[in-house]
Write a protein that binds this ligand. Structure first.
Ligand code: HEM
Length: 327
């Protein structure tokens, strides 16, 4: 074989690269000689991926339930991948508007895919099968998804995740993350109102994740997506596409996905005269609807009326429709 000028140039560059770190080019060329070709299945760890579906029962639809949760967690990971990059950028330099827009649009695409595919849950399992296999999952619940909480923490100032009843009390003082974490909205959802006792689902979650989530909230205090928005110039902040991307993100995470999720929960658990208890033990009819939680990442980007009507549109109609069909 001829050693063409192109090949010689590459070899020289490789020699330079390895020499700079005190390595021998020849040894690396040997490595290349013996290395196997890449395959698709090794590259994406296909065998491992397909071995991760391990149902607790032999009821067939449980596998659908597991796989769709796994798919969702991967989309959550994709979203966090973008949020992390923006946060890192904002620590080095101010990220430009275009990169912020690009990344938000990506995350919106992920959440839109999730919202639109939720039918896999809502309509894709036999209710009788679901009501059986769920009993072997107690007290586990999607409520314990830490990535979902990480997305929220990366998205906004922590105060916007504080339970709405006490949120305003934190507004005018130097907010301390630990103190606010004590009142985070999800904690209230999984605490019994009369005794103040936390559900086992919440206690397990806190034991595993609280320290990490508090650390993350501190890390994102100055680099969450809202802080990144505020770093942009006024003209950039008013760019309709950028503003639109932030508003869509707020709606995607706090209304569209939660409504679709709530609709699914109701499809399986709503029943006359008494609704079925959830595996995580929340008062789910009161906890899940976005209009009750009123989680809003970017209150500054919405009018008072829009905030007032947050998530209202189809919640009641969906519940009525489901209960109607079942009665
Ligand atoms: C048939 C399907 C599903 C049903 C019936 C259902 C039901 C519920 C219920 C009742 C809750 C309230 C907590 C509790 O008491 O357990 C909840 C919370 C949650 N679920 Fe699901 N879920 C389903 C599918 C999913 C999927 C596919 C995901 C994706 C990871 C998910 C993620 C979550 C999250 C993140 C929460 C917490 C929401 C919040 O705090 O506002 N769920 N789910």
């Amino acid at each position: 074989m001829d050693i063409t000028p192109e090949i010689k140039e590459r070899i020289d560059k490789l020699a330079e690269k390895y020499h700079a770190s005190g390595q021998e080019l020849l040894a690396y060329l040997d490595g290349l000689l013996y290395a196997d070709y890449n395959t698709y299945w090794d590259y994406i760890h296909l065998d491992t991926l397909l071995s991760l579906q391990t149902p607790r029962t032999s009821i067939p639809d449980e596998e659908i339930f597991i796989m769709y949760h796994q798919v969702t967690e991967l989309y959550f990971k994709l979203s966090l991948h973008e949020i992390k990059q923006l946060a890192a950028l904002s620590k080095e330099q101010k990220p430009g508007m275009d990169i912020v827009k690009t990344k938000l649009i990506r995350i919106n695409r992920y959440f839109s895919a999730l919202t639109h595919s939720f039918g896999v849950m809502e309509k894709g399992m036999e209710r009788e099968q679901f009501l059986k296999f769920r009993m072997s999952l107690i007290p586990a619940s999607g409520f314990q998804s830490a990535q979902y909480r990480m997305i929220e923490i990366g998205a906004t100032d922590f105060i916007n995740l504080v339970d709405k009843e006490v949120r305003e009390g934190f507004r005018n003082k130097e907010a301390n993350i630990e103190e606010m974490y004590h009142y985070v909205y999800w904690k209230k959802g999984a605490t019994l109102a009369d005794s103040g006792e936390k559900t086992l689902t919440l206690r397990q979650f806190e034991k595993k994740y609280s320290d990490n989530l508090i650390r993350l909230a501190k890390e994102y205090k100055e680099s969450n997506l809202w802080k990144i928005y505020q770093q942009l110039s006024e003209e950039e902040q008013n760019d309709p596409k950028l503003k639109g991307a932030y508003r869509s993100f707020d709606l995607n995470v706090n209304v569209n996905w939660p409504l679709q999720h709530y609709r699914t929960a109701a499809a399986y658990l709503a029943q006359r005269p008494n609704d079925i208890l959830s595996t995580g033990g929340t008062n789910w009819q009161k906890y899940l609807p976005p209009r009750f939680q009123k989680r809003i990442f970017y209150p500054e980007l919405w009018s008072d009326k829009e905030k007032e009507e947050w998530g209202k549109a189809w919640v009641q109609s969906v519940l009525d429709e489901i209960k109607q069909n079942r009665s």
